[in-house]
Design a protein around this ligand. Structure first.
Ligand code: SF4
Ligand code: SF4
Length: 153
């Protein structure tokens, strides 16, 4: 009985202290942890088409297509297959893939969320996400445009 009263007192104390830990989504956007892993963005400008991201991805979310000279031709992303393990970001030698804090997308089937790099540039929930707002790659280690704009599509 005493335990019950104590737990009720604790509940009432927290219920009445005015602090809230939830937000009324989607009216209010929740703050996510800096370590949150959301959908990733790709930069063709930075990519050297080494295909390491494709090889390391455990479930074929990324598909790289190159020509017979191993020049990059296409980057396909099967968004609904991603498990946000972040291996692709970690393995990429040039920060051409960065995970963002975005989790706001839906589709009726996983086939609705398959895009190539040209299509990604026109996807409303995707195209304006800035991955550099969530991630801070060591741009001092980049060859070339360490200080400039980077086009992540
Ligand atoms: S986060 Fe993991 S599952 Fe998603 S694309 Fe990268 S390697 Fe694949
Ligand atoms: S690991 Fe990075 S550089 Fe290599 S193909 Fe993937 S995105 Fe491009």
């Amino acid at each position: 009985m005493i335990g019950l009263l104590k737990s009720m007192a604790t509940t009432m104390k927290h219920a009445l202290d005015g602090k809230t830990f939830t937000v009324e989504y989607p009216e209010e956007a929740p703050e996510v942890s800096p370590r949150f892993r959301g959908i990733h963005k790709f930069s063709q400008e930075r990519c050297i088409w080494c295909r390491q991201c494709e090889k390391v991805c455990p479930n074929d979310t990324i598909q790289i297509v190159t020509d017979d000279k191993r020049q990059g031709e296409q980057y396909n992303l099967h968004v609904a297959q991603c498990i946000y393990c972040r291996l692709c970001e970690e393995v990429c030698p040039v920060d051409a893939i960065l995970l963002t804090e975005n989790f706001e997308f839906t589709g009726d089937t996983k086939h609705d969320l398959v895009y190539n790099k040209e299509q990604l540039g026109n996807v409303p929930w995707y195209k304006d996400i800035d991955p550099l707002a969530a991630r801070e790659p060591d741009r001092g280690a980049w060859v070339g445009e360490g200080d400039g704009e980077v086009d992540y599509q």
